[in-house]
Design a protein around this ligand. Structure first.
Ligand SMILES: Nc1ncnc2c1ncn2[C@@H]1O[C@H](COP(=O)(O)OP(=O)(O)OP(=O)(O)O)[C@@H](O)[C@H]1O
Ligand SMILES: [Mg+2]
Length: 269
């Protein structure tokens, strides 16, 4: 890749609008995600965060505006084509397949890296068998990366919420994405589990991945995000480094309401 391409933002949102009937979920939002960063997407409930992830992954198409990934327009593309470009996600409410083991869940995420066709698989040809073994090894290595390899043969639905979220992350890594979108990856976790997710996200970034994560825990955003974008009512409130964004009076007001300085300090304690 050329130096110019490398220095360009990996993901750019340009005046993106998404309306559902009379509701404007995203109202002309622009932001950019730097390659190799952990970028926090934050904002109060109903701010439009999940809608943005749905737009980036092609589940929804924007009403207007542009979404570019490595300079390429995504607005009219279908989810599978976007995944093929290197964007995968996890969901706000964990979505795992019932009746499947942890390892099988992660193997389903490796579909994009399959090297053999359906017929070879159907006929059980040696090439298909060898590819299956490689996929299994890849899935096991991803489970090790999220510290879940010791659970490989268990049914995913029997595991804790925090463990299921880790499996979802491993599954999203199966297709070797460039950009990973995490929708509230620490929801329902205690402080220790949430911090472990923060560390995992850093390890993934250090291995070359770019991560955009929706996060409500401001302590985690400050500790683990390189940049952030704050939205409210589908509009940009602030973007930049987390400490500066969170100190922004508009951001404070969106989270805590209009308060005196003393009340704000108290609320942050
Ligand atoms: N498929 C949809 N159909 C209609 N309205 C929708 C749809 N998806 C989202 N909305 C609306 O868009 C707005 C933004 O919702 P969204 O789920 O993106 O918010 P969010 O920031 O992810 O909130 P939360 O923190 O609660 O997850 C809300 O008013 C919501 O009701
Ligand atoms: Mg949401």
């Amino acid at each position: 890749m050329s130096d110019a391409a490398l220095s360009r933002p990996l993901l750019e949102l340009d005046t993106v609008v998404k309306t559902f009937g009379g509701v404007t979920a995203v109202g002309g939002l622009s932001t950019r995600v730097t390659r190799g960063s952990v970028h926090g997407l934050i904002g109060p409930n109903g701010a439009g965060k999940t809608t943005l992830i749905n737009l980036i992954t092609g589940l929804f198409h924007p009403t207007s505006g542009a979404i570019r990934f490595e300079g390429r327009s995504l607005e009219a593309m279908q989810p599978q084509a976007i995944a093929t470009l290197g964007i995968t996600r996890t969901y706000q409410n964990v979505r795992l397949f019932s009746g499947m083991t942890v390892l099988e869940q992660v193997m389903t995420g490796c579909w994009l890296t399959r090297e053999v066709g359906v017929f070879a698989s159907f006929l059980g040809l040696p090439s298909a068998r060898a590819a299956w073994v490689r996929t299994r090894e890849h899935a096991l290595s991803l489970l090790a990366r999220v510290s879940m390899d010791h659970r490989a043969d268990e049914l995913a639905e029997t595991l804790s919420y925090g463990e299921q979220r880790r499996i979802e992350i491993a599954r999203a890594l199966g297709s070797r994405p460039k950009l990973l979108l995490l929708d509230e990856p620490t929801a329902g976790m205690n402080h220790q589990e949430a911090t472990a997710i923060g560390r995992l996200v850093h390890e993934l970034r250090d291995a070359g991945l770019t991560i955009l994560m929706v996060e409500h825990n401001m302590g985690l955003v400050t500790e683990f995000c390189d940049d952030c974008t704050v939205v409210n009512f589908g509009r940009l409130l602030a973007t930049g480094d987390p400490a500066t964004c969170l100190a922004d009076p508009d951001v404070q007001e969106a989270y805590f309401g209009r308060k005196t300085d003393a009340e704000r300090i108290q609320a942050l304690r």
